[in-house]
Design a protein around this ligand. Structure first.
Ligand code: ZN
Length: 158
């Protein structure tokens, strides 16, 4: 099986059997992002635990509608985020973002991106990059909103 065929299979697998999908409670923040050019939508909920550098992503849940790239990318992202620290989650977002804006010229960090490398080929199609980034932008937005309202070092949320 060629790399492209394998990547295609990973994307379709996440699209057909998305991981962590379904909106769950409790959560700290809910955000809704859309990609009007393709008609993709995502509602994303994030639940954090702990404080400061030790803040961990306890859960990422979402519901969405749209093309296979947008939905698979969000499923892959949720796999990478759940259980990671917020700092790690932001690093992997930055890495994925760098890959997507690289026009296919940027080599993916396979260790960090795991299944997300399957989306590397999307970077060659700028019109689809917004699909792949939708969930990730929602994640970044959610974190910025939560950390903006929570002291960096304080009591963990009960
Ligand atoms: Zn799309």
């Amino acid at each position: 099986m060629s790399a492209d065929a394998l990547y295609q299979e990973i994307i379709l697998d996440h699209y057909r059997r998305p991981h962590h999908k379904g909106l769950r409670a409790p959560y700290d923040i809910e955000v809704h992002h859309t990609n009007p050019t393709c008609g993709d939508e995502i509602t994303l909920r994030v639940r954090l635990r702990g404080s400061g550098d030790e803040t961990v992503v306890e859960d990422v849940s979402y519901d969405g509608d749209g093309c296979s790239i947008s939905q698979a990318s969000t499923s892959i992202m949720a796999d990478l985020l759940v259980g990671a620290t917020v700092a790690e989650g932001l690093e992997v977002e930055a890495e994925f973002h760098r890959l997507m804006l690289g026009l296919g010229q940027v080599a993916p960090d396979v260790d960090r991106l795991a299944d997300a490398v399957a989306l590397a080929g999307v970077a060659r199609y700028p019109a689809r990059v917004k699909c792949a980034l939708l969930g990730w932008l929602a994640w970044k937005d959610a974190v910025v909103q939560v950390l903006g309202t929570r002291p960096a070092t304080g009591e963990p949320t009960p």
